[in-house]
Design a binder for this molecule. Sequence first.
Ligand SMILES: NC(=O)c1ccc[n+]([C@@H]2O[C@H](COP(=O)([O-])OP(=O)(O)OC[C@H]3O[C@@H](n4cnc5c(N)ncnc54)[C@H](OP(=O)(O)O)[C@@H]3O)[C@@H](O)[C@H]2O)c1
Length: 291
Amino acid sequence: MSEKHPEFTLNNGITMPAFGLGVFQSSPEDTRSAVKMAIESGYRLIDTAAAYNNEQQVGEGIRASDIAREDIFVTTKLKPADYGYDAALRAFDTSMQKLGLEVLDLYLLHWPLPMQFADTLASWKAAERLLAEGRTRAIGVCNFRPLHLQQLVEQSETVPALNQVELHPFLVQNDLREANRKLNIVTQAWSPIGGVNRYWESGDDPLVHPAILTLADKYGKTAAQIILRWHLDRGVSVIPKSVNPQRIQENIDVFDFSLTQEEIRAIDALDQNRRGGPDPDARMPGRPHQQ
Ligand SMILES: NC(=O)c1ccc[n+]([C@@H]2O[C@H](COP(=O)([O-])OP(=O)(O)OC[C@H]3O[C@@H](n4cnc5c(N)ncnc54)[C@H](OP(=O)(O)O)[C@@H]3O)[C@@H](O)[C@H]2O)c1
């Protein structure tokens, strides 16, 4: 990862910005302006999904900005309800129509669905075809555990370029990061600033943890900026979501400082190994919680 313009080189040789905007739970009206604002603030990666119902507004936001399409990296995801070879190809076409794009940058399977892995594999084969046809520049997965990765790699031709997983100071995912690293798969954090812990009021919030606030004080940064810097310093890509112009700018303002190894370890130590989101082994299609 180069620090000045942080990017990862994916395992098929293409580059991807390390920092992006997430749009889960961004309403269609807010999504267009958030995407435009983010691009104007320096974001060059946008992460959406068919399940978020805002692909169209992501496309509109990109076109409303004054940055060329080819300078923006766009990710979308196949939802479990569309798993299967033919269904996945059709779902990709629908996503591309909504986004208004000719070529996608990264297409992700949204969940591993271990209880019906044959459908997952069929969807992956469809993704491989889209890659071979040049309709997407890279393909990857979300929420895959090491065993799911192993099964996929053993039964297909393509190692995923990226694995997007729940990862924040209360779920630091060291084993999974190591499994990804060994396969040359980039780890990308969803809910990087612990958003999933705020979906429901009962969750602990890393943004108010005293260890994070102490570092925020030391560096003259916000809690969100400290956590985002922690991810980047550990070699993890981040896609914080915001629809608020000030927070969109705040979140990407993390390239003028870095944490010491001791500070990184202090945040690692906040790990509770507890998910805020669904267990990938239990997640089935059609369930209401469609991140
Ligand atoms: N693959 C998957 O299964 C999966 C699952 C979940 C999420 N994702 C992706 O990951 C992205 C990020 O995850 P997430 O949205 O769950 O959580 P997140 O980015 O960790 O947190 C987002 C929440 O924090 C608030 N926020 C943003 N910046 C803030 C700041 N500087 N200070 C205080 N609050 C702030 C946002 O509200 P405001 O908008 O009001 O600022 C929003 O409520 C999603 O948008 C989506 O693209 C993927």
